[in-house]
Design a protein around this ligand. Sequence first.
Ligand code: OGA
Ligand code: MN
Length: 220
Amino acid sequence: MKESVSPALLPQARLADLVDALVDRSWYVGEGFLPEALHRPLFDELADMARRDALEAAGIGRGQTHHLRRDVRGDAIRWLDRESLAQRRYLEAMGELQQALNQALFLGLFEYEAHFAQYPPGAFYRRHLDSFRGRANRVVSTVGYLNPDWPEDGGGEMVIFAPDDPAREVARVRPEAGTFACFLSDSVPHEVLPTRWPRASIAGWFRRNASLGGVVDPAH
Ligand code: OGA
Ligand code: MN
């Protein structure tokens, strides 16, 4: 019997580049990594949520320690819930990435969580790590960018700093639709510079189970 195999959403060659970069230097940035058929409907969906006031101010910490800190981050978010075809396709693409990471790096990742993020003009996110070393169940961070035709003077770049020297900037990522960033959650400091334009992205994290010795990470 012939098996039906759905076509891959992410090209194998780009996935291989990403894995190599994570091994070599703990971070990866690829322009045109996400196909338009993936990012365009997500941009439209996020714009619609913003119009309907369906986003909530992002906070810091979890549970009882969760609080708003506009001096730290100014984005508004909504967690992906698989409600739309666009979300399901994005999560399927992240499943392909998870498989590539697990095969090459034996990370034992088994869960992925992600939220839409909208940064209004003036918003930023100060330098941070997405999890704390040794205690982390967030292992690999992803950011997919959604704004088509990001203006030259739009600001809102994500700055990545060297894992072994947090004062040294190693990359500045324009939030242009299709660009995809991926890095180790507990060792790559990064920040979002103030944006001058409504800035749309999806931030996500591959996790290991907290019960396997980690704790639920405090960011968000
Ligand atoms: C985050 C984050 C970066 C970006 O949400 O933790 O660092 O470019 N986002 O949106
Ligand atoms: Mn982050």
